[in-house]
Design a protein around this ligand. Structure first.
Ligand SMILES: [Zn+2]
Length: 424
């Protein structure tokens, strides 16, 4: 391929991705606004109009913000690539860092500089999301103090963990011959598997407090459920999610000895004991049905394809020039290649992300069905409805939008699947 063709391919993919996402967002806006004034029939008795309005308004506000973020992201992407931002930064660091500190230090510095600039550029919109929209709808519990502490910890983790990881990948790229992309993938995969153990046990506790579930009657219920499901009775935690937000949630994470189910305190405060049990059963369903292992497998396989493509692209000069960067003739180009991949891959990835969302929705249905077999399906249904209401999630998403983006099926579909079949 020559570089002009590659520029065109990239520009067309970006335009198509923006067009597609803008079209989906406009569908969602129209659909939610059209259904704002009436609670859908299946929920007439359980959801009041005030909550329904709030969910519609919150959904619309988030989508509008998403539009701004999308437009701004496209502008910064073009700024880095075709308008020469990365090229300029690269030339500067090649002069300043490479001669004195060597290729890997230069590569890590380039990564750090790009990530820092990206973070600062997106800061205003991020702050508006938390202190504007989330606050307006009564969700934000974050103080400025906590926000600054979080940001500080985030930067520290990026330096302590991200820095060595980038250095390792760059070293592999430089040192391991024609199959470097395969070894880089192995390192990346190993890092992700280690992270699955370290994130829940060491990193998440830097940001939140995790305590074992301590309500005696609830614990008895939970133990009984775990015994019925043949699940080792450990790793059940309550997290102080209320420190940052009023949104409620529950999730599973980790694997092996580090696997655990985490309940947000905000969720526990709202659910009756049988509903907590049902939500836990749903999360155990994910474990028991092998969703976690399969999800990891899919992620690693997708990454392998990406690294293989990268192995080819990094050796083509049109890959660089077509994206606005002059490859160095003397210095290493590995860091630039890796950065271009990180910047550009999401543009092409946006066309296949619905596949992953679809897989995730199928897993949700399966976990719901599993929960209904091992706990009370009706309690799960009422818990899901409370979750929707508390998070102001819309009950009337556009079907096409939901198919494209939603990792969880729309409430109408989930509740319909959970409700007992009418007896003929
Ligand atoms: Zn789930």
């Amino acid at each position: 391929m020559n570089s002009v063709v590659w520029t065109l391919v990239f520009a067309l993919a970006l335009a198509a991705s923006l067009g597609l996402r803008a079209w989906l967002a406009s569908r969602q806006v129209r659909h939610v606004a059209q259904h704002r004034d009436a609670v859908p029939a299946p929920f007439r008795d359980t959801v009041d109009l005030v909550a329904h309005h709030r969910a519609a308004d919150y959904t619309l506000a988030r989508i509008r913000l998403g539009q701004w973020q999308m437009a701004f992201g496209a502008i910064t992407l073009l700024g880095w690539t075709l308008f020469g931002g990365l090229d300029l930064l690269n030339a500067t660091l090649l002069d300043a860092v490479l001669p004195r500190w060597g290729g890997i230090a230069y590569g890590v510095a380039l990564f750090a500089a790009v990530l820092a600039i990206e973070g600062l550029l997106h800061l205003p919109l991020d702050l508006y999301a938390t202190f504007g929209i989330e606050a307006r709808f009564g969700f934000n519990r974050m103080t400025w103090r906590l926000w600054i502490a979080d940001a500080f910890k985030g930067v520290l983790l990026a330096v302590v963990i991200g820095g060595p990881l980038v250095a390792l990948v760059l070293w592999i790229m430089a040192a391991s011959g024609p199959l470097w992309w395969l070894w880089a993938w192995v390192a990346w995969a190993a890092f992700n598997l280690i992270a699955l153990v370290l994130v829940p046990t060491l990193i998440a506790p830097l940001f939140n407090r995790f305590e074992p579930l301590r309500d005696a009657s609830l614990e008895a219920r939970v133990r009984a459920l775990m015994a019925r499901a043949g699940f080792a009775a450990k790793g059940l935690f309550v997290m102080d999610g209320s420190r940052r937000s009023a949104h409620g949630n529950a999730y599973f994470t980790g694997f092996g000895a580090a696997r655990r189910v985490v309940f947000f305190d905000t969720l526990l405060a709202r659910l009756a004991p049988e509903e907590v049990e049902a939500v836990l059963a749903h999360e155990l369903g994910h474990f028991k049905l092998g969703h976690i292992v399969r999800r990891i497998g899919v992620m690693l396989f997708a990454a392998l394809l990406l690294f293989a493509a990268f192995g080819y692209l990094a050796g083509q000069s049109w890959f660089y020039t077509g994206l606005g960067v002059r490859p160095g003739l003397v210095g290493p180009n590995d860091a630039v290649a890796l950065l271009l991949l990180v910047l550009v891959a999401p543009v092409f990835g946006s066309f296949i992300s619905p596949l992953f969302a679809g897989l995730s929705r199928r897993h949700e249905f399966e976990a719901d069905a599993w929960a209904a077999r091992h706990a009370d399906g009706r309690a799960l249904a009422s818990a899901l409805l409370k979750l929707h209401e508390d998070n102001a999630s819309t009950l009337t998403p556009d079907p096409v939008y939901a198919r494209f983006y939603y990792s969880h099926p729309p409430a109408v579909e989930r509740l319909a699947a959970l409700s007992p079949r009418p007896v003929p």
